[in-house]
Design a binder for this molecule. Structure first.
Ligand code: BMA
Length: 316
């Protein structure tokens, strides 16, 4: 184990951070955080989570030309359903959306909270004006599901994060023929003891295809005497079989540093649900700061992939 040479941060923070706060929202919310991101119709779309004053969450929408200055829609994009099965499982709020574009359709996975626990809902849209709920795609005690934006031999793949006391908070890969029925699950990576991600890991942004593998940004949690610290790391999954890991960076790529990451609704948190690729090998990464505001930064995809390959920690 040796120290790395001193170098500039791998993710360059946007000088205008935080890029979105509750002051930018035209309806009453307490926070703006943990947003899913995608490109649509030449613009960047952000679906962000907000806490209401009852402590439960809804999802708003914002759009941007450059990926840094966002205009917020006048109304929330998704609020807990009041109809049928979805109403029963979303009564405590909808949280942390991820967006995956596949075959021209935008799939949104979100955490659905209720008195029955937390599970994942799947919704879809083609225009970001209307949204249709498809199915609840996990049982309880699942959060952080990202769908790969490609099929593998006709099957969809996702990373998910079940919990078990024996194997706490690990990342798994599951498969589906139709986005509704999922199975064939295998564990792909686990927290590493006495490492920055030792307490919990979870999928973050929708995976990005690179020539060398799928780049997956994930969050890792470390418990301290001052509570948990949430940081971001990167893993590279095989292009043809994303259940196989090629490498995971031993070092985190982002940690809470700015004042709005260090203090807020939950202190010491950077938490990503989305990133978008540029044409020139760059990637814009988005994260919630302290569960309170939205932040953005830029990195080179190649640098992130190198980090997964050059200084890897084992998947288990
Ligand atoms: C996780 C989730 C995230 C949140 C993070 C830090 O368990 O609840 O939505 O950002 O904790 O509070």
């Amino acid at each position: 184990m040796t120290a790395s040479p001193k170098s500039p941060p791998i993710i360059e923070r946007c000088p205008d951070n935080p890029i979105l706060t509750r002051d930018d929202i035209p309806y009453a919310v307490e926070t703006v955080h943990n947003a899913g991101i995608t490109r649509y119709d030449g613009r960047i779309i952000m679906l962000f989570r907000s806490h209401l004053r009852n402590g439960r969450s809804i999802i708003g929408i914002a759009t941007s030309e450059d990926g840094f200055k966002f205009t917020v829609g006048p109304k929330p994009f998704m609020v807990p359903s009041t109809e049928g099965r979805f109403a029963e499982y979303e009564a405590f709020g909808v949280e942390d959306p991820r967006i995956c574009c596949i075959d021209g359709e935008y799939l949104i996975t979100y955490s659905a909270y209720s008195r029955h626990g937390v599970r994942i809902g799947l919704a879809k849209t083609r225009d970001f004006r209307s949204v249709e709920r498809v199915s609840l795609i996990t049982q309880a005690d699942m959060r952080n599901v990202v769908i790969f934006p490609e099929k593998f031999n006709g099957r969809y793949a996702r990373l998910d994060r079940p919990h078990s006391e024996i194997s706490p908070w690990s990342v798994w890969c599951s498969w589906s023929p139709d986005l509704i029925h999922w199975g064939g699950s295998e564990v792909v990576m686990k927290p590493v003891p006495y490492h920055w991600d030792e307490s919990k890991i979870g999928p973050g942004a929708t995976p990005i295809r690179t020539e060398r593998g799928w780049l997956c940004i994930y969050h890792g949690v470390f418990e301290t005497m001052d509570g948990a610290v949430y940081r971001l790391g990167v893993a590279l999954h095989e292009l043809l079989d994303p259940a196989k890991i090629i490498g995971i960076s031993d070092e985190w790529v982002l940690a809470p540093e700015d004042p709005w990451e260090l203090t807020g609704y939950v202190h010491n948190v950077v938490f990503s649900c989305g990133a978008v690729e540029d044409d020139n090998g760059g990637v814009k990464i988005y994260w919630g700061g302290a569960d309170t505001v939205m932040c953005a930064g830029s990195a080179r995809l190649n640098d992130l992939v190198d980090l997964c390959l050059d200084n890897s920690r084992p998947p288990f």
